[in-house]
Design a protein around this ligand. Structure first.
Ligand SMILES: [Zn+2]
Length: 282
């Protein structure tokens, strides 16, 4: 049960998110200047036609996990996804689409995949922020409210599905993104391999870059293009929640996404013979 003051506070938070969503919709409608990346060489990425779909995880009404300070995950997802999509457009990926879904799961999850498929996206990136199972949370008071936290498992995590239309390419992009995040000083969380995660336990398929397998995820298995889900960090971790709320952390993650997309796009644009040679060289 929540008190009137708490309810009013939550409502205020929800209204702020509603305004952010309206602002995001307006932003999408604006014409953006085309960036100057049109070099045509056999080995370069055709940025102006390579379409990335950046999916904002969860919905305004069903907003995902609650942070240690009581902010819904959706707010974090929307901010980071907007920044990442803008960074991609600024890098010349003009076709980048920010996917905001109002339909609740499960229908909403299927809808995301259908929309990405209809857009003929080249790459799908779902943006989320992590929490832990309820039994791993502890109580604490914040701003006069009873909240829950877990400080044990900071860090990002990446997920791919072997049921995706192109699991090899999904892993290729996931590994590239993990590498770019690591090279910017971020670390992935290894806790998904632990027994205490129960049915949320996952197989770590790239132990260097933090990519796990999560075959059942609808947005990854029903998309017809390579697809990756990024948990950008833990919002139930009291320290990391603060970092994830800063422009600096979002810029860091966005820059990693752009660098990984650039590499992935260039690799996909290479003639098949060159790609095979590069693969066998590893
Ligand atoms: Zn989520």
């Amino acid at each position: 049960m929540i008190g009137v003051g708490q309810a009013a506070k939550r409502l205020g938070v929800i209204l702020v998110f509603a305004l952010v969503v309206v602002a995001a919709a307006n932003l999408r409608a604006e014409q953006r200047p085309a960036a100057a990346h049109n070099t045509v060489s056999p080995d370069s990425c055709p940025r102006s036609t390579f379409r990335v779909v950046v999916d904002v995880g969860h919905t305004l009404d069903v907003p995902g996990a609650l942070s240690a300070r009581g902010v819904p995950e959706y707010a974090f997802n929307l901010q980071l996804a907007r920044d990442a999509a803008q960074a991609l457009r600024d890098a010349g990926f003009e076709q980048t689409a920010l996917l905001i879904t109002g339909t609740a799961p499960r229908r909403g999850l299927v809808e995301r995949a259908v929309r990405a498929n209809n857009m003929r996206a080249n790459l799908f990136i779902a943006i989320h922020h992590d929490s832990v199972p309820d039994n791993l949370k502890q109580d604490w008071g914040y701003a006069g409210l009873k909240n829950q936290f877990n400080d044990d498992y900071p860090g990002y995590a990446l997920f791919i599905s072997n049921d995706n239309a192109d699991p090899a390419a999904s892993l290729q992009f996931g590994s590239a993104l993990g590498h770019e995040l690591e090279s910017r000083g971020l670390r992935y969380t290894p806790h998904y391999t632990l027994a205490l995660m129960g049915h949320r336990r996952r197989i770590l398929v790239d132990a260097k870059n933090g990519v796990y397998r999560y075959d059942q995820l609808i947005v990854l298995r029903q998309t017809k293009m390579p697809a990756v889900l990024l948990e950008a960090g833990s919002i139930v971790n009291r320290q990391e929640e603060l970092e994830l709320g800063t422009v600096e952390r979002r810029s860091l993650t966005s820059a990693a996404i752009v660098a990984a997309v650039e590499q992935f796009c260039a690799a996909r644009s290479r003639p098949a013979s060159t790609r095979a040679a590069a693969a066998s060289a590893h």
